[in-house]
Design a protein around this ligand. Structure first.
Ligand code: PGA
Length: 262
């Protein structure tokens, strides 16, 4: 049922905020958010790997904090000779609930492919965590009219071989690359059009119930001033937020988008 999808707002800190700063950021966020917020919206933070243990203990030590812990990436193997990589098993051990997979920065700067993204999505599920699988087109692709081909191709390849119930429980983040960190947001209509096409693709690849259940986030220069309009779209079920998630005041305001109007 589309109405049953609870929005998920996720803060992707990228390579920002060290583990000492992270404790303060999370404490402030916990102070700013109330139980009403957690009823309306699911919230997650995705700190760098070196912060995870500190953030985990901070969240678990705060009385009223229901912020979920997430990671920004993982390897698809559980262990082995993979210098510099992080096992999904280790993330699960830190009580990570969510893992971002296939962010465009990973794809563009670190050579991730649809195939490795698909392996990582499966590995995240194998450790009972939830993947946030990212997709999105470049400006050139958008201008050449290839947005749907690129994005829907990434979605199909990333979901290949999954069970319908896994897809129903996961998150897909549509992030046009030209909108990330640029201050340029897709218009709510453009974002909705692609998120709607993603849902239609999931319906085709799996079934209507799965498509109705999967949560689709929009990402790309989301801030407290534009969140309400984006979140008002029928196929947008949350936001993956970079820059605006680094300041707890701004991120809390964004999570409370329903109070600030659009
Ligand atoms: P941004 O990043 O909000 O800074 O544009 C979004 C993302 O890359 O997830």
């Amino acid at each position: 049922m589309p109405g049953d999808r609870k929005p998920l707002i996720s803060g992707n800190w990228k390579m920002n905020i060290n583990h000492l700063e992270a404790i303060q950021v999370v404490q402030k966020l916990a102070y700013l958010l109330s139980s009403d917020d957690y009823v309306a919206v699911d919230v997650s933070v995705h700190p760098p790997f070196t912060d995870l243990r500190s953030v985990q203990t901070t969240i678990e030590g705060e009385k009223r904090c229901e912020v979920a812990l997430g990671a920004q990436n993982c390897h698809w193997e559980d262990k082995g000779a993979f210098t510099g990589e992080v096992s999904p098993a280790f993330l699960a051990k830190l009580n990570c609930a969510l893992v971002i997979v296939g962010h465009s920065e990973r794809r563009e700067l670190f050579g991730e492919t649809d195939e490795t993204v698909n392996k990582k999505v499966k590995a995240v599920f194998a450790h009972a965590m939830t993947p946030i699988m990212c997709c999105g087109e470049t400006l050139e692709e958008r201008e050449a009219g290839q947005t749907d081909a690129k994005v829907l191709g990434q979605v199909k390849a990333g979901l290949a071989g999954l069970k319908a119930e896994q897809v129903a429980s996961m998150v897909i983040a549509y992030e046009p690359i030209w909108a990330i960190g640029t201050g340029k947001t897709a218009t709510a209509e453009d974002a909705q059009a692609v998120c709607g096409a993603i849902r239609a693709t999931v319906a085709e690849q799996f079934d209507a119930d799965t498509a109705a259940a999967v949560r689709i986030q929009y990402g790309g220069s989301v801030k407290s001033s534009n969140a309400a309009e984006l979140m008002g779209q029928p196929d947008i079920d949350g936001a993956l937020v970079g820059g605006a998630s680094l300041d707890p005041d701004e991120f809390a305001k964004l999570v409370q988008y329903r109070l600030h109007g659009g």
